[in-house]
Ligand binder design. Structure first.
Ligand SMILES: [Zn+2]
Length: 156
């Protein structure tokens, strides 16, 4: 949450007051914290009007010498957002479900393919039926689910 902004009303009348100076410090803490900037942030003084970026020291003296922009009550340039909460939208990962399903299917086909291959080499005839049953079970499993069956995979 943005800190209290009542101190901004003192900009014309009482810029030397503790209330105003504490407000400036709180604003700077908030702004650097929210924007993640280490060196410079937009200076909201009546001269820079958020057009120029200044260091914390410069911001601080500008806000005391020139005063903060009186109508700059929503600190957009300093990280404040509507409906502000602790939720940070940048942390939300994009969900790519299609790719995941695709990869999962590829893995499954790989496993079945490998099993068949190994079977053909090691057990020529004794268990001949097994891979087919295995494959059928697998394909039944696939068609029972809503997963797409790729055209290259025959279900014979
Ligand atoms: Zn300034």
């Amino acid at each position: 949450m943005a800190p209290d902004k009542h101190w901004m009303k003192l900009v014309d009348t009482d810029r030397l007051s503790d209330t105003y100076n504490v407000g400036v410090e709180q604003f700077l803490d908030y702004a650097f914290n929210k924007t993640g900037q280490r060196s410079k942030i937009h200076c909201p003084c009546s001269k820079c009007m958020n057009t120029y970026s200044k260091t914390r020291e410069e911001d601080c003296s500008h806000l005391k010498v020139h005063g903060i922009l009186k109508n700059y009550t929503f600190w957009y340039y300093h990280g404040e957002r509507r409906g502000e909460s602790n939720f940070d939208s940048e942390d939300v990962d994009e969900v790519e479900g299609d790719d995941e399903v695709h990869e999962m299917l590829q893995d499954l086909f790989l496993v079945v393919g490998e099993n068949n291959f190994a079977f053909d080499l090691s057990y020529p005839k004794v268990h001949e039926e097994e891979p087919n049953d295995e494959a059928k079970r697998f394909y039944r499993l696939l068609s029972d689910s809503d997963l797409p069956v790729y055209p290259c995979c025959k279900t014979s």
